[in-house]
Design a protein around this ligand. Structure first.
Ligand code: SF4
Length: 335
């Protein structure tokens, strides 16, 4: 029986692995973390329809029980190399007929933007931490009270020359709108501001969500750059910004300041991309052609799927994984 290794048990890895196993192949998924799907199970609700992330995760995780599919959790792939004699690949010393890389993304470390005060002042959180509060249904300020004013800041670690990430992370605009609405649903009295460079509401129903945020929830969107955030004596956060539409400086004191951190290539994506010479821009891996061969790589028998290539939505990752599974099957017919 032919054997396939899938590296990464995120949505793309699980989807492709389960499809390949249903086609009679023996499939092993390698996951460096203890639990699969951790980038999805840590979410509360999904944009744009507020689907329960735990329910969606359950559906995806159920695919791990497909016969012939094995998950090796807590297992980081350190060796990935072609095996000329068999026309296959070696993964941590085990032989496979083909390998699918689905090593996903990691989020930008907000400590790298020191001027935004993350880890220095209380009340400054990342969008991941806000997601956790939303999942638990309880948002409190630094002294345990209900916050009266919250500000979100877009593009943290993306579209930013200083940190070397020129690209747009694609998902944080809509995530901020979604989180801002969730905050208003929990605390209708709370004032909510979103500071943005441009709002990129490119997906189906995203624009509607943005309109709804303004018309139904009264969320205020300010086109502006925040130059600095600092703490106040009463454990609030003061932000200094420039309203770039009005062309004037602005100071705002808020209870919570939320940094919408962008997506970066994960450590596994960087390492394995380098090891196999398919590393591309910003540490993401590179397919042969983004239009017509987006799951193939310069290495025969090595395939790529999902956000190890670039920032991608859950929907796009799943679709991309199905396409990658098809490419693996095609490859096995002639190899
Ligand atoms: S999606 Fe929006 S917040 Fe995220 S990097 Fe792009 S423009 Fe900035």
């Amino acid at each position: 029986m032919k054997k396939i290794a899938v590296i990464g048990a995120g949505p793309a890895g699980i989807e492709a692995a389960s499809l390949l196993a249903t086609q009679g192949l023996e499939v092993v998924i390698y996951e460096k973390e203890g639990q699969p799907l951790h980038n999805l199970t840590d979410k509360a609700y999904l944009f744009p329809n507020f689907a329960d992330a735990q329910e969606v995760s359950k559906e995806i995780l159920a695919k791990l029980s497909t016969p012939r599919l094995t998950l090796k959790a807590d297992t980081e792939v350190t060796q990935l190399q072609p095996q000329a004699a068999t026309n296959g690949w070696l993964v941590n010393g085990e032989a496979y007929n083909a390998v699918l890389l689905a090593t996903g993304y990691s989020t930008f470390d907000a400590h790298r933007k020191e001027e935004l005060g993350y880890g220095i002042y209380p009340g400054i959180h990342t969008s991941l931490e806000m997601e956790k509060m939303l999942r638990e249904g309880k948002i409190v300020n630094t002294i345990g009270d209900t916050p009266r004013r919250i500000a979100f800041l877009q593009c943290v670690g993306s579209r930013d020359e200083k940190v070397g990430n020129h690209y747009c992370s694609k998902l944080c605009c809509v995530t901020a709108v979604k989180q801002a609405i969730e905050v208003k649903k929990l605390m209708p009295q709370c004032e909510v501001y979103v500071f943005y460079m441009d709002l990129r509401m490119w997906g189906q129903h995203f624009e509607e969500l943005y309109r709804q945020a303004q018309s139904d929830y009264g969320i205020k969107f300010i086109r502006g750059r925040i130059s600095e955030a600092g703490g106040t004596f009463d454990r609030k956060v003061q932000i200094k910004a420039e309203d770039t539409l009005m062309g004037r400086p602005l100071k705002l004191t808020v209870d919570l300041f939320v940094l919408m951190v962008g997506m970066e290539a994960s450590r596994g994506t960087r390492n394995l991309g380098m090891q196999t010479a398919i590393g591309g821009d910003y540490g993401f891996v590179q397919s042969v052609d983004p239009h017509i061969a987006d799951n193939l790589t310069a290495q025969s028998g090595l395939f790529v799927a999902g956000s190890c290539k670039r920032p991608m939505t859950l929907t796009d990752s799943l679709t991309d994984a199905r396409s990658a599974a098809y490419e693996v099957l095609k490859h096995l017919l002639v190899n």
